[in-house]
Design a protein around this ligand. Structure first.
Ligand code: HEC
Ligand code: HEC
Length: 374
């Protein structure tokens, strides 16, 4: 009897270890190669080796992250976020990314963790370096405050939870790790283009990889602060009269043809505009011209195709929650990785709405969402 229990306990333990460790305790997990959109077998063994080898030298592994020379990422923060979940000796738990994020965002940040298939929208694939919720113009990277807000508030109406209960330094470590996965992922795309698409002669020169790939990609994160949009002060809406006047002005601006909001969000903001077949940048490459093409393309991607819907403001559930400044920013700079355009001025472009006008539109959207005065 005791023997049988011991056997059962051992097999349960082994199952648990294999599950926790992915490949079992002996084999540390590796970053999977990004094969999205490519035919099976399109990447030759030598090319595969060159890409993964180069990435390993530059960025290390999920258990032992490395920071390439000249890239501004804090190795201590990365170590706290990376690796298996474990105590760090000071009474803290580290391995934060695998503890809190990997089940959705995947160990390599591909947005295809075990839970991803069930979710709509899918968790972000960090490897393209595209983020939706920024306060930065012209497709610039998010600033750290943008990512901090995402972690603090989550994304309402999606599976992305709030991590407000974590300590500030844990969130800071995780943000550093998201940047790391993103720069690593964009370096990988750069290598795929060079080695597979352009069939570059191997071995690659490391100085080309650094000067044309890693450094400019990492610099984009450093430069994003220059693109921050500062909203003007909102118009006064202290009295009910002022509020309704602003909402009405917002409605007129929203329905103006130049602004184009109606095309997607519909005349009354119900998300029923004429624009029908829309996808985000992660799903668009999965859409063929015919249904048969789309089915054939499906084999090349990890997750099935997912349509994108323009927001129906009247459901009252906004991704931005109840935060008027976020609503301002999304309207001003647009939503990267989606067809939602920028309505405010961008460097070198006027845009259909002036900053003051955007506030009225924000008030109209809040009114539609039943949120009322900020
Ligand atoms: C239960 C699943 C789930 C977990 C756990 C999760 N996320 Fe997410 N995350 C999502 C989904 C879904 C989205 C996409 C939301 C959208 O597109 O609006 C997302 C989006 C994001 C974004 C992108 C925001 C942008 O501007 O594009 C970041 C950054 C992010 N998550 C970081 C994290 C981090 C860091 C953790 C762990 C601390 C984490 N997430 C845990 C599901 C999850
Ligand atoms: C080409 C289509 C398109 C046009 C034009 C467009 N939008 Fe959008 N909009 C979208 C899509 C799609 C989403 C949802 C994106 C997502 O879920 O990632 C969205 C989302 C939004 C959100 C996010 C709300 C939230 O917090 O959940 C706001 C605000 C918004 N749009 C305002 C506007 C305004 C104002 C205009 C006109 C100035 C406009 N949009 C024009 C497609 C469009």
């Amino acid at each position: 009897m005791t023997q049988r229990w011991a056997l059962l306990a051992t097999s349960a333990f082994v199952t648990l270890m294999v599950w926790l460790g992915g490949c079992g305790p002996a084999e540390p997990p590796q970053f999977p190669l990004n094969t999205e959109g490519r035919k099976a077998g399109a990447i030759g063994p030598a090319q595969r080796e060159a890409i993964l080898g180069t990435l390993g030298r530059l960025y290390g592994s999920p258990d032992e992250p490395r920071v390439p020379e000249g890239v501004d990422l804090d190795p201590a923060r990365l170590r706290a976020a990376a690796g298996p979940v474990r105590p760090d000796g000071d009474g803290r738990v580290v391995g934060l990314y695998r503890r809190h994020c990997a089940q959705c965002h995947g160990i390599g940040g591909d947005g295809a963790g075990p839970a991803a298939l069930l979710l709509n929208p899918y968790p972000r694939d960090f490897r393209q370096g595209i983020f939706k919720y920024t306060r930065t113009a012209s497709g610039a990277k998010p600033v750290r405050d943008d990512l901090e807000e995402i972690l603090r508030f989550g994304v309402t109406g999606t599976a992305m939870p709030s991590f407000a209960r974590l300590e500030d330094q844990d969130r800071a470590n995780l943000i550093e790790y998201v940047k790391y996965l993103s720069v690593r992922g964009e370096t990988e795309l750069f290598l795929l283009q060079l080695i597979v698409d352009e069939d570059e002669y191997l071995p690659l020169s490391m100085s080309i990889v650094m000067e044309d790939g890693v450094i400019p990609l990492a610099d984009l994160w450093e430069q994003s602060a220059e693109f921050v949009v500062v909203p003007p002060s909102p118009p006064p809406v202290a009295t009910e009269e002022q509020w309704l006047a602003s909402v009405e002005l917002g409605r007129v601006l929203y329905q103006n043809d130049d602004a184009r909001c109606v095309e997607c969000h519909g005349p009354e903001g119900r998300g029923d505009g004429e624009e029908e077949e829309i996808y985000d940048d992660w799903n668009k490459p999965k859409a063929g011209l015919t249904a048969a093409q789309t089915r054939a393309l499906a084999e090349r991607f990890t997750l099935p195709i997912q349509r994108l819907r323009p927001r129906d403001f009247t459901t009252g559930i906004l991704r931005t929650g109840d935060r008027p400044d976020r609503l301002y920013w999304l309207t001003h700079v647009g939503i990267q990785g989606t067809p939602m355009p920028a309505a405010g001025p961008q460097p070198g472009v006027f845009g259909p709405l002036k900053p003051d006008e955007i506030w009225h539109v924000v008030h109209y959207i809040r009114h539609l969402a039943g949120q009322g005065k900020p």
